[in-house]
Design a protein around this ligand. Structure first.
Ligand code: NAP
Length: 256
């Protein structure tokens, strides 16, 4: 079989049609990287890709749908032949938001004693199993690159070390849904980094910080540029870069 040769580096960003993912896609494309703009709604992915300067190609990608992941992989393989960067960015904080819901109300309804198991499963399906499924599907393409970087977009809310500490601020935000899903994503990151330790594929988790996006009903305080900064930095690390780390743009290393 003839191998496709593509002279630019190639990145896939999941959930890149809005928010931090779109900003990551913009910044990678601005550095001359071909960016596959993953979006569960192709029309929204296409509209987002049109706002990106550079080589940005929308692909329908729902991280909870095995067929969608398979089709995205097949398209990247046929068109580009490899992946140099995978950013597992897609996530949800909950399945549906009552109009005007505040973060405080969301935290209240997410407590372990009241949250529905269906809600916990749905959030983990996207944030944890979705990232693992995309990893499994895209790994052969990442192995085709001279060296590669996988960035799992996590959250400081996933740090067990921080939230097990009784003096930690905003402890009430740690719940079985979103925050625990990020703890599990951190665990996946460590497992992936261990599996790939002897390869040229680095796997790291990043925390964007509290960013103004749809995820928190725009209550976040950082801009998407600030939120995307660490994922972009880690995505661009060279072949001698670290693996198995959890970091934030200004705080540096975060405890797991
Ligand atoms: P956002 O604006 O809500 O973006 C989330 C993206 O994920 C959207 O494009 C969304 O698609 C996509 N998505 C959700 N479910 C998906 C699925 N099943 N398949 C594919 N894509 C899916 O939120 P954001 O703040 O930019 O979040 C980006 C990342 O940063 C997430 O991993 C989040 O956990 C993390 N993070 C955010 C903050 C913050 O304060 N904002 C803090 C820490 C970590 P639709 O547009 O179709 O819904």
């Amino acid at each position: 079989m003839t191998k496709t040769t593509h002279d630019r580096r190639v990145a896939l960003v999941t959930g890149a049609n809005q928010g931090i993912g779109l900003q990551i896609a913009k910044e990678l494309a601005a550095r001359g990287i071909t960016v596959i703009v993953g979006s569960r709604d192709l029309a929204r992915g296409t509209a987002a890709a049109e706002t990106i300067q550079g080589d940005a190609r929308p692909v329908q990608l729902d991280v909870t749908d095995a067929g969608s992941i398979r089709a995205a992989e097949a398209r990247i393989r046929a068109e580009l032949g490899r992946l140099d960067i995978l950013v597992n960015n897609a996530a949800i904080s909950r399945t549906g938001r009552p109009p005007g819901e505040t973060v405080a109300a969301w935290a209240e309804s997410s407590r372990p004693s009241v949250v529905s198991l269906a809600e916990v499963r749905a959030v983990w399906e996207t944030n944890v199993f979705g990232a693992l499924a995309v990893y499994q599907a895209m790994l052969p393409l990442l192995r085709e690159a001279p060296y590669a970087s996988i960035v799992n977009v996590s959250s400081g809310l996933g740090s067990l070390t921080w939230f097990a500490d009784p003096t930690q601020a905003n402890r009430g935000l740690f719940a079985p849904t979103y925050s625990a899903s990020k703890t599990a994503l951190n665990a996946m990151t460590v497992a992936m980094a261990i599996e790939l330790a002897s390869t040229k594929i680095k796997v790291n988790a990043v925390s964007p910080g509290y960013t103004k996006t749809n995820l928190n009903n725009y209550e976040g305080t950082e801009t998407v540029e600030e939120g995307a900064a660490e994922a972009v930095r880690v995505a661009l690390l060279g072949e001698d870069g670290p693996t198995g780390q959890f970091t934030h743009a200004t705080m540096g290393r975060i405890p797991w």
